[in-house]
Design a protein around this ligand. Structure first.
Ligand code: SF4
Length: 389
């Protein structure tokens, strides 16, 4: 690389935000520490495919933080003076800055309007930074935004295992207090098949370490990821891994097959046999039945999930959650189709929404329009789900 190219690469090009965050971080301020995913091989994941991973310089990240901070201070001053927010007022404030960056300003405004409680550091694996750099940035975040009581990040289990326990503790003490891990599965066969780059034991070691360092832990499991072949093993082994970790949160995010994900090609060629909604419900039931000895909070807070009502605290809500799945499984074939369509169209959130005659009529109309029958429903659902990935 020539000196000139290297220098060009170090130029600050402005405030950055990455493409995704966990659903639970909708109100968070998003700060980008690294770009894209350093692993990028998981076959079900389309998010960063074709994009190169890079670390951002510490100076540039600090600049981003200070820029949002300066906007936030001004927004708060103006609101103190005028007592309310109006859109035209925001344009006036924005135009008064010498340094204008609408993305950073919007981030500050969004964060202000959602209560300034949490911050999510992006992208896919911020823990890959040098611990000393991460600690420095976290301390700066805490200094500029002392009102935030939660700072969270995605991380890979494989990365966590490679960090010294003392460093993890320093990172926690500097302010990172929740980590989201995409566990996806506890089955070694499934982890290998989807190229997750970590084993069940690796997930367990990482999870236990995060908790030991004093951070909250959110583990994502992906119903359907084992396909027909590994469905049962996926449910049982995932529950077993989580029983050994006892994370604070277990979050379900069902498999979808977006075109850009390699698993879609495996599906087309017949290498991967996908579970339909009924099989996936049975898998979730088996998974819940096998959770034990933990006090995690289970959430199904993703638009791709069929049964959003599967939610509760272990162990007290275990039966209640299993009952939700049982209720779905005991619906008549026709009502199962209607619920699946209503949910995927974004009209239903709960099983009892089947009794809402207004929405139900819309679902019936859509079923007529798309000729949805027992034979076509799986294909229709696949198409509708692609809207969300
Ligand atoms: S580690 Fe996460 S972001 Fe990276 S490819 Fe896998 S699922 Fe996608």
């Amino acid at each position: 690389m020539t000196k000139k190219t290297k220098k060009q690469k170090d130029i600050y090009t402005g405030f950055e935000q990455g493409p995704i965050r966990p659903p639970s971080e909708a109100d968070s301020l998003l700060l980008r520490l690294t770009r894209n995913c350093p692993w990028n091989r998981c076959t079900f994941c389309p998010v960063y495919k074709g994009r190169k991973f890079s670390l951002r310089s510490v100076d540039h990240i600090i600049k981003d933080i200070d820029l949002v901070h300066s906007y936030l201070v001004k927004i708060m001053e103006e609101i103190d003076k005028k007592g309310r927010i109006e859109l035209n007022m925001m344009d006036e404030i924005f135009n008064s800055f010498n340094l204008k960056n609408r993305t950073a300003f919007n981030a500050a405004l969004h964060w202000f309007s959602t209560g300034m409680k949490s911050i999510f550091i992006q992208d896919a694996n911020s823990l890959i930074m040098k611990p000393a750099d991460l600690v420095h940035i976290l301390k700066h975040i805490k200094k500029q935004f002392p009102m935030a009581d939660r700072i969270t990040s995605y991380a890979r289990s494989r990365t966590i295992v490679l960090i010294k326990e003392d460093d993890l503790k320093r990172i926690a003490e500097a302010g990172l207090n929740r980590i989201h891990i995409g566990m996806e599965s506890g089955s070694d066969n499934v982890l290998k098949m989807i190229k997750k780059g970590v084993t069940k034991q690796g997930h367990i070691t990482a999870g236990v370490r995060i908790k030991k360092a004093g951070m909250e832990l959110s583990e994502y499991v992906m119903p359907g990821l084992g396909g027909v072949e590994f469905s049962e093993e996926h449910a049982i082994e995932s529950a077993d891994a989580l029983n050994r970790i006892n994370p604070d949160f277990i979050r379900l995010r069902s498999l979808a097959l977006p075109e850009r994900a390699p698993i879609a090609e495996d599906y087309r060629t017949g290498k991967f046999k996908k579970c339909n909604d009924i099989m996936m419900a049975e898998e979730i039931k088996r998974f819940l039945e096998n959770l034990s000895g933990i006090n995690s909070y289970v959430k199904s807070d993703h638009i791709l999930n069929l049964l959003e009502e599967v939610e509760g605290k272990m162990p007290s809500d275990k039966e209640k959650m299993i009952n939700v799945v049982n209720q779905f499984l005991s619906l008549s074939p026709e009502r199962k189709i209607l619920y699946r369509m209503g949910r995927r169209m974004g009209l239903f959130r709960k099983l009892e929404d089947l009794d809402n005659s207004l929405e139900l009529d819309r679902v019936k109309e859509a079923c007529r329009l798309y000729n949805v029958t027992d034979d076509t429903i799986d294909v229709v659902i696949d198409q509708v789900m692609k809207r969300f990935v």
